[in-house]
Every structure is written in structure tokens, then in C-alpha cells.
Design a protein around this ligand. Structure first.
Ligand code: FES
Length: 136
């Protein structure tokens, strides 16, 4: 089941800019990369570091903690098909930015909810489609 949440006004995030929003108790970072909008969970799949201040090189985001790189277009580490970000679809509806929270993301929330030690679980590109997308 899909749910939509308004997260701002269309056009408020300029190219090269980013914005943090809080939805259902989770932090989500919204990027504008050359006019394309991407939204990701603000938690690195490696060890949970905040990605909101990561350096962007085109659509590739570098985690500030240990330097892993993630392609915002696919959510995956470029070329390897390894770890994967949690991504959210964003669209413009009536001049508003709307985030789509779907069942898949709800499941991923549980996956990344943490292990017995309270550390975030690593998320890998699990599906065949994701692995193919990771070969960008
Ligand atoms: S926490 Fe992001 S690369 Fe380690």
C-alpha cells in the first residue's frame, strides 16, 4: 500500500542543493541533482552514518564516515552491486513535492531497524532488478 506525504514546495530545492525532512520519525534527505530530485533515508547502509552532509560528485554521493559511494539514481554502490540506499520516489503534485512511502520501503524500514546490538543492518542490492541497476 502506498502513502504520499507532502515534503515541500516544488522548486524550493535548487540544483546542487539538498534538504532534510522528517517523516514518521525518520530522517530523509532530498537532493536536486541537475534538476532531478532524489530522496533517500539519511542512514548509510554500511554503518548508519548520516548521509545528509555527504559530498556529491554528479549523482554519486560519498558517505562522510568511511567514503563509500552511492549512485542516487540506483541507490547502489557504482559498479559493484554491493550495499544499497533506501530510496523513495518523489513527484510534483499541484506545485508540491510529494514523497511516496510504499510497502517496499516499509519492509526496508524493518530491515534497517537494527540488529540485536542496536546497530543498523547492512542493506544489500537484493533483487535481480537492483543488481542490474547497480551495473550503471
Ligand atoms: S557508515 Fe557510510 S561508509 Fe561507513
Amino acid at each position: 500500500m502506498s502513502r504520499q506525504v507532502g515534503i515541500g514546495v516544488a522548486g524550493e530545492i535548487e540544483p546542487g542543493q539538498r534538504k532534510r525532512v522528517f517523516v514518521d520519525g525518520r530522517c530523509i534527505v532530498v537532493f536536486n541533482v541537475d534538476g532531478a530530485i532524489y530522496a533517500i533515508d539519511d542512514s548509510c547502509p554500511h554503518n548508519g552514518a548520516s548521509l545528509g552532509n555527504g559530498q556529491l560528485e554528479g549523482p554519486v554521493l560519498r558517505c562522510p564516515a568511511h567514503g563509500l559511494r552511492f549512485d542516487l539514481r540506483t541507490g547502489c554502490t557504482p559498479g559493484t552491486g554491493g550495499l544499497s540506499l533506501i530510496k523513495f520516489a518523489v513527484e510534483t503534485v499541484d506545485s508540491k513535492l510529494v514523497l511516496n512511502l510504499d510497502e517496499q520501503n516499509a519492509v526496508l524500514t524493518n530491515v534497517t531497524g537494527g540488529n540485536a546490538a542496536g546497530q543498523p543492518e547492512a542493506r544489500h542490492c537484493a533483487t535481480r532488478q537492483e543488481k542490474q541497476q547497480c551495473k550503471v
